[in-house]
Design a protein around this ligand. Structure first.
Ligand code: CP
Ligand code: NVA
Length: 309
């Protein structure tokens, strides 16, 4: 496919493209899963090197609702770089399918896959980015507040893949971001630098602090993710110690905006990064977020696979 497009990181998309994807996702949401024929005759490979509930299921269902066919290929079927090279996987799959959705460990594997595949590649999570999650998140935020501008999102915890994509998305749509995490778990400095440049251009800021209270004060959106990401299991003891004091609980939320929403990409660990009363409480929008994965990813599939989009 000549001049094919990918979704590896939202940094490759303009502010207007990101907003257009969310407008499309909102339109698709209104259609309530009505069967369409946009991907008729097209097959999408889901190459997953790590477990997944939301991403795998929402892509499978989304491709089906758009009239296409999806094919799940787990680590036992395709073991990138082990059974065969990423290059050979990219070239081979390109002869069979019209799109590759991939969940991998290393960002460099994602880049290699996208570089050599002749069909669009969608990043379904790597160690640095989770763009599909961030699209669903900003769709959820606008769905709740009817706008992005003037809002502040406070993220408490690990400066990880989910946070990287989220701060890029927020910067692009003009939201302020405050990050609070312990030393040694800050966001990637290069990604932070680029995201801050985008934020500045849009008249907003990305602040990094150590004190979670300071981050949460007055924020309308409170966000957390796991302290131990997939692939970091051997660091569980150290991380659990490091993140003590970064739990989102009722006490921390006393100074949040009155109408705050609580967000989490899931899976979550109640009693660790967030207490049960918060994640299961009336401010929580976690299942709207999960649902919006479906709509946002359908918008991405249309953008990448349908000519004229
Ligand atoms: N949020 C998210 O990506 O969930 P899964 O790991 O279950 O796909
Ligand atoms: N940061 C988490 C997100 C899971 C959806 C991980 O990478 O495991």
């Amino acid at each position: 496919m000549k001049g094919k497009k990918n979704l590896i990181t939202l940094l490759d998309y303009s502010d207007a493209q990101v907003a257009a994807l969310i407008d499309c996702a909102d339109q698709l949401k209104k259609q309530k899963g009505k069967l369409r024929a946009d991907l008729k005759g097209k097959t999408v490979a889901l190459v997953f090197q790590k477990p997944s509930n939301r991403t795998r299921v929402s892509f499978s269902v989304g491709v089906h609702q758009l009239g296409g066919h999806s094919l799940y290929l787990g680590p036992d079927e395709i073991s990138l770089g082990k059974r065969e090279s990423t290059y050979d996987v990219a070239k081979t799959l390109s002869r069979y399918v019209q799109c590759i959705v991939a969940r991998v460990f290393h960002h460099s594997d994602m880049v290699e896959l996208a570089e050599h595949a002749d069909v669009p590649v969608i990043n379904a999570l790597c160690d640095l980015h989770h763009p599909c999650q961030a699209l669903a998140d900003i769709q959820t935020i606008r769905g709740q507040f009817g706008k992005w501008k003037g809002l502040t999102l406070a993220y408490v915890g690990d400066g990880n893949n989910v946070f990287h994509s989220l701060m890029i998305a927020c910067a692009k749509v003009g939201m302020n971001v405050r990050f609070a995490g312990p030393p040694g778990h800050d966001p990637d400095p290069e990604i932070l630098k680029v995201a801050r440049t985008i934020a500045r251009k849009n008249g907003v800021a990305i602040e990094c602090v150590r004190n979670p209270q300071a981050a949460v004060k007055g924020a309308q959106i409170i966000y957390s993710d796991v302290w131990v990401s997939m692939g970091q299991e051997q660091e569980t003891a150290r991380r659990t110690k490091d993140f003590k004091g970064y739990q989102i609980n009722a006490d921390l939320l006393k100074d949040a905006a009155k109408n705050y929403i609580f967000m989490h990409c899931l899976p979550a660990h109640r009693g660790l990064e967030v207490t049960a009363d918060v994640i299961d409480g009336k401010h929580s929008v976690i299942f709207d977020q999960a649902e919006n994965r479906l709509h946002a990813q359908k918008a991405v599939l249309l953008y990448l696979l349908k000519s004229g989009h």
